[in-house]
Design a protein around this ligand. Structure first.
Ligand code: PLP
Length: 240
């Protein structure tokens, strides 16, 4: 892909976000754009940052670490959005400002411990397996109230909301019921206890369906292909 295409694509995505917000009568400032950069080289990411991208999403720890070093000092926030194992919590914290994929008590304990050691409080989202798919990680919706209570006792975790990767469909409209269910889940949790009032973020929607996600209440969309073009790595699956 030619370099200026990244800036053009970014602008096109921003316009589509604005149009979706318009349809949903939402303020575009309520929707954060995460540029998903798995397999994208650091120089292309730099172009996107220079064109105004403010948040990067990485899936793989080693890749995130190396790019964060290469892009050190640039004004950008790093979200970790890949599957995270507890034994990688320390490195994940070193290369991330937010962790979007908290999915178990073991990981919560480990992230909290490592964040405490580093003198940090880390913003996290709880990944919800909204499609109840065996191939995806994430908490079941029914476990969320107890899990939130559990996390509330962990001082260095700052739980900001929920994240989901619904089943993949060719037609974005088919993902809409899952996005809607996520929004309802968040609303129910917020109504449930004062401790959950700070839950405001809903990370959902990718290149194929971010407009539908915004219409259903997404506050964070994670967009890779529509900004950076097709990824080179064949046969990859998301979130692995
Ligand atoms: C790869 C990935 C995305 C972005 O997917 P695109 O279809 O390229 O926009 C978003 N979220 C997660 C968790 C991913 O792994």
């Amino acid at each position: 892909m030619h370099s200026s295409e990244v800036a053009e694509n970014l602008e096109a995505v921003r316009l589509r976000i604005a149009a979706a917000c318009d349809r949903a009568r939402r303020d575009p400032s309520e929707v954060k754009l995460v540029g998903v950069t798995k397999t994208v080289p650091a120089d292309r990411i730099r172009e996107a940052i220079e064109a105004g991208l403010e948040i990067i999403g990485e899936n793989y720890i080693q890749e995130a670490k190396s790019k964060r070093e290469q892009l050190a000092g640039l004004p950008v926030v790093w979200h970790f959005i890949g599957h995270l194992q507890s034994n990688k919590a320390k490195t994940a914290l070193e290369c991330s400002d937010w962790i979007e994929t908290l999915h178990s008590e073991a990981l919560a304990i480990e992230l909290n411990r490592r964040a405490a050691n580093a003198g940090r409080k880390i913003p996290v989202l709880i990944q919800v397996n909204i499609g109840e798919e065996d191939t995806k990680s994430g908490m079941g919706a029914a476990s969320l109230p107890a899990f939130l209570k559990f996390c509330d006792a962990l001082d260095c975790l700052d739980v900001r909301g929920l994240m989901a990767l619904p089943p993949f469909f060719d037609q974005p409209e088919r993902a809409r019921p899952y996005f809607r269910r996520m929004r309802e889940l968040l609303d129910t949790l917020k109504a449930g206890s004062p401790a959950t009032r700070s839950l405001t973020e809903l990370s959902m929607g990718m290149s194929g369906d971010f407009e539908v996600a915004i219409e259903e209440g997404a506050t964070i969309v994670r967009v890779g292909t529509a900004i950076f073009g097709q990824r080179r790595r064949a046969g990859e699956s998301v979130n692995r």
